[in-house]
Design a protein around this ligand. Structure first.
Ligand code: SAM
Ligand code: SF4
Ligand code: SF4
Length: 335
């Protein structure tokens, strides 16, 4: 194995693969329904990487030090036989952790197969436990009770971790912080609050809608005392907190108020084989021609050179940045 680092001395450890660009939801902060309507052109099947092609790319990344894979989307559970892909990836030397991020609507039935195939961890998105608000926040497509049942099933399963992702927006779901925590306090399910991010250019993001880490902590501390916990490893995305008088853990993903670019070791691959070195990238690196034409050696060289030339730190320089270039949308590369 040849470990590589980027221009800011960051190794590559984590590859996030979007296996599907389409989604069964239309969350307004990600795929607003008016912009992603029935006429929207998503990828055709033949434009998406096949499982053996994904396996080929992951082998190359594993050779450079990647040990964690996250499958995401769009909605990854719309991809048929995802368990087969997990089985393939699990066999690759060096890959010791496979995680999935899903909205959970299609999870419960697939969960046993995914776990049997080798899934280690799961993140399920849950922005509210209010049924009507859930329906609204899913773009009128999701049913809350189905997702809550899937979370319970995941929590009782052998998965190593079950985390919930809650994107908090001021005036939309900030009143859900306490109910969410109350529901999962004293369980093994970690609730993580994510600051609303300016990913892509289609979600109409404004700073005014962001409720930041300090505000969220304040809301929680009005009810319970919480204290920070040491990160599990360098580069962990979420800041971890525990309750002083309850079991359970709370996480915060603070891309806006406390950027974590300095330890960012994540690369992202879209469903059509494009590599992105930052969630806010406006430049893509199309690996598909090399993958499809079996140019394995060139593929490895290109991936190494892309990473070694990486200097992304968008969140750290967000406020200085004056460029209005189109940025990749979240649904193309997952979270
Ligand atoms: N469809 C799956 C899901 O929702 O879990 C996986 C893909 S989704 C793009 C991955 C994560 O990105 C979700 O947890 C979602 O809440 C989060 N996300 C999407 N848009 C966001 C935004 N503008 N700011 C912060 N998080 C966002
Ligand atoms: Fe779909 Fe996930 Fe985006 Fe919601 S956040 S629209 S579920 S991809
Ligand atoms: Fe990594 Fe880019 Fe996010 Fe910074 S802004 S943490 S470099 S993905």
């Amino acid at each position: 194995m040849k470990n590589i680092t980027d221009k800011l001395s960051r190794p590559i450890k984590d590859l996030r693969i979007s296996v599907m660009d389409t989604c069964n939801y239309r969350c307004p902060y990600c795929m607003p329904a008016d912009k992603f309507d029935d006429d929207y052109q998503f990828l055709k099947k033949e434009q998406r990487l096949g499982f053996s092609e994904i396996e080929k790319v992951v082998k190359v990344f594993a050779g450079f030090g990647v040990n964690k894979i996250r499958l995401t989307g769009g909605e990854p559970l719309l991809r048929r036989d995802l368990d087969r892909l997990i089985k393939f990836l699990k066999r690759i030397d060096g890959i010791n952790d496979i995680a999935l991020t899903t909205n959970g609507q299609l999870l419960q039935r697939q969960l046993p197969k995914l776990i049997e195939a080798g899934l280690d961890r799961i993140n399920i998105s849950l922005d509210t436990i209010d049924e009507d608000l859930y329906y609204k926040m899913s773009g009128k497509r999701g049913k809350l009770s189905v997702v809550l049942d899937a979370i319970d099933a995941a929590s009782e399963s052998s998965l190593k971790s079950v985390k919930l992702n809650c994107v908090v927006q001021k005036g939309v779901n900030d009143d859900q912080i306490i109910p969410l925590l109350e529901r999962y306090q004293d369980t093994n399910v970690v609730v993580r609050f994510i600051e609303f991010m300016d990913v892509g250019t289609k979600n109409g993001w404004t700073k005014e809608e962001v409720i930041d880490f300090n505000d969220i902590v304040q809301i929680i501390e009005n009810k319970w005392k919480i204290s920070p916990v040491e990160p599990n490893y360098i580069g962990e995305v979420a800041s971890r907190y525990k309750y002083d008088n309850h079991q359970g853990e709370i996480g915060f993903i603070t891309s806006i108020s406390k950027p974590f670019c300095r330890t960012c070791s994540r690369a992202r691959l879209s469903a059509d084989g494009k590599l992105y070195t930052c969630l806010f990238a406006h430049q893509e690196h199309d690996l598909m021609p090399l993958i499809r034409n079996n140019k394995d050696e060139e593929l490895a060289q290109i991936i190494a050179s892309i990473w070694q030339n990486r200097d992304d730190r968008y969140s750290e320089i967000r406020n200085q940045s004056k460029d209005n270039k189109e940025r990749i949308e979240m649904y193309m590369i997952g979270g």
